[in-house]
Design a protein around this ligand. Structure first.
Ligand code: SF4
Ligand code: SF4
Length: 80
């Protein structure tokens, strides 16, 4: 399998750093879960309303370059 974006480890440290729960899209769409860059798309329908990923320590730690992982899916599944 070809990895497109950088793989993000699914661990508690990263989950605690994830900014998703404070994001306007997350609140507007009443999402649950976090760390979409590692887990993949949100279960709910996402109403796009701004994305905080570029401000997130996980985004910086793994040199990510995308946004809206809750809509697009895991980093490894998104072409960079
Ligand atoms: S980059 Fe985005 S999806 Fe990934 S942990 Fe940070 S805020 Fe959450
Ligand atoms: S991936 Fe971006 S838009 Fe989606 S919940 Fe996380 S910060 Fe918000």
């Amino acid at each position: 399998m070809i990895l497109l974006g950088n793989p993000v480890q699914d661990n508690e440290e990263n989950a605690n750093l994830c900014l998703c729960p404070t994001c306007p899209t997350y609140k507007k769409s009443q999402l649950s879960n976090t760390l979409f860059c590692a887990h993949g798309k949100a279960e709910q329908n996402v109403q796009q309303n701004g994305c905080l990923c570029p401000n997130c320590p996980v985004w910086q730690k793994y040199s990510l370059d995308k946004m809206y992982y809750c809509i697009k899916g895991k980093s490894v599944d998104i072409e960079s």
